[in-house]
Design a protein around this ligand. Sequence first.
Ligand SMILES: [Zn+2]
Length: 177
Amino acid sequence: MQKLKIPVTLDIKRAAQHETCYEGYIVLAQMKRLTVSLASDQGDVDVKLQTGVDPRGLSFLKGQAQVSTLSICQRCNQNVNIDLLADFAYSPVKIGYDDDEENQLPDYYEPIQINEFGEIGLRDLIEDELILEVPLIAMHDEQDCPAAGKDMTWGKIEEVVEEKPNPFAVLKQLKRN
Ligand SMILES: [Zn+2]
């Protein structure tokens, strides 16, 4: 099956009415906001999307986005493979939707705003989801990291034997004088 490019925007309600499913990809290098926190912009993000209308009459967009990429290991400063996997479920709301409208959404949907044309920023949404999955501190597993085990002995701490004056010694000194 040929992989399709995921569109920039999506008419979410129309797609939902047709119960459209997508399987496609987004070129990782096009996700500039994401790649600033990565060590590579090579490869594609694999995306699976499903739209539909649920029994409550709510349009939804559910999906998964996945990419295997590189970050920098915080222990050895070399590249480390990381897998980003985002699962999401959205239901469209109008711009300037109020709390009431948000509260009507069951909590398994996040609200996604549609613009005046009824569209959502699909690629931006997927990029946002992946940004949330980037680990704050990336590291190799200990057995794979050239610097593992060394960080505990990083910098030698010399044992300092403090020489406290013995108060009685001072007294003896006084007596002697
Ligand atoms: Zn490492």
